[in-house]
Design a protein around this ligand. Structure first.
Ligand SMILES: NC(=O)c1ccc[n+]([C@@H]2O[C@H](COP(=O)([O-])OP(=O)(O)OC[C@H]3O[C@@H](n4cnc5c(N)ncnc54)[C@H](OP(=O)(O)O)[C@@H]3O)[C@@H](O)[C@H]2O)c1
Length: 313
């Protein structure tokens, strides 16, 4: 297969590159906004691509003729999407349409689109793939609109909804676990909300699950997350315990108290039976994921240091 990955320098994009590089012999074209890549694996080709530029997307796709596109590029800053709605729509919705337009003309080309638990309002958990979406934030609306664009298109689509993604990577955006660790390292008390609950998902596991879903030719919507649902406060305390910090540094608060700009679903717990049964794959639970992450930090040291990791070379 010829596989094109967008947003390949992001957290999930990096994990997909590593997994596809290790586990398959497919041809891989990584793309992102940067003019050059930090990946040094000679098996990877790299091309600069801004998916909001239809002309560039058309020309790269018609030249490369991918069998599979995995679109991880997105604005993932939920409050940022609320503040700059035009930008959120341009990337999260129009960007997907820009991929679909040329993909339609490539025989057999499939698209994997990453989506989110934020398509739900979080008032009637747990959610399976049949549950009715009702986003309460602009980010959630944009992700749902992208899903609908894919489902309404003539392109074979796989929609992977995930949540509370964490992991290490080279210069990746702050995720919840990395933020908690950075706070704990400062040694000052801080507060975490008790009224937002969901299934933490290790990015490495998500990448592997995507590989399995693709291998099995799965189509339609899949909920892919860790199996365990936990509120953010309890999750933060588990992070502290596993990384050997003092959990008492973390105090409870509420979403109302911290006044986040965008609304969040209070409980978007997923039912993940579909992916587990169809792919015979179980993602790490909270403790397993955090223990593996701690090991990765030890081996590769800090996130900024991953270029020294032999997997990139
Ligand atoms: N993170 C979560 O908790 C979470 C939860 C549910 C669903 N998801 C979904 O999972 C997917 C992957 O998330 P992630 O956390 O890996 O995201 P991420 O780390 O923010 O990676 C996104 C990548 O896309 C790049 N990008 C930005 N604008 C672009 C453009 N116009 N054209 C091409 N690439 C562009 C970014 O580059 P720059 O860094 O230079 O901007 C970045 O490398 C997203 O679709 C997200 O909505 C994430």
């Amino acid at each position: 297969m010829r596989i094109l990955i967008t947003g390949a320098h992001g957290l999930l994009g990096q994990k997909l590159a590593l997994i596809y590089g290790q586990e398959t012999e497919h041809e891989i074209l990584l793309t992102d906004l940067a003019p050059q890549t930090f990946f040094r694996n000679p098996r990877f080709d790299y091309h600069q691509l801004d998916i909001t530029r239809l002309g560039d997307v058309k020309s790269l796709l018609s030249q490369y003729q991918p069998d599979l596109i995995i679109n991880t590029a997105a604005v993932t800053d939920v409050d940022g999407c609320e503040e700059d709605r035009l930008n959120a729509w341009r990337l999260n919705v129009d960007g997907v349409k820009n991929l679909l337009i040329p993909a339609r003309r490539i025989p057999g080309c499939r698209l994997v689109q990453l989506s989110s638990d934020y398509v739900f309002d979080g008032t009637k958990p747990p959610y399976d793939e049949q549950s009715r979406p009702h986003p309460v934030s602009y980010y959630g609306k944009s992700k749902l609109a992208a899903e609908n664009a894919l489902l309404a298109s003539a392109v074979d689509g796989l929609i992977v909804r995930t949540q509370v993604l964490y992991g290490t990577g080279f210069e990746v955006r702050m995720n919840f676990v990395a933020w908690v660790l950075s706070q704990l390292e400062r040694g000052q008390p801080f507060r975490v909300v008790t009224d937002q609950k969901g299934n933490p998902t290790m990015a490495d596991d998500l990448a592997f699950a995507i590989l399995k879903l693709v291998e099995r030719n799965c189509r339609g919507v899949y909920h892919v997350s860790g199996p365990e649902s936990i509120d953010r406060f309890s999750f933060a305390r588990k992070i502290a315990v596993i990384f050997e910090f003092d959990p008492a540094l973390i105090g409870p608060t509420t979403s109302r108290e911290i006044g986040q700009f965008a609304n969040r679903p209070p409980d978007s717990t997923f039912i993940t039976l579909k992916v587990e049964s169809e792919c015979d794959y179980h993602l790490s639970d909270v403790e397993q994921g955090l223990v593996r992450l701690r090991q990765q930090y030890k081996e590769g040291s800090a996130h900024t240091d991953l270029l020294k990791d032999s997997r990139f070379q």
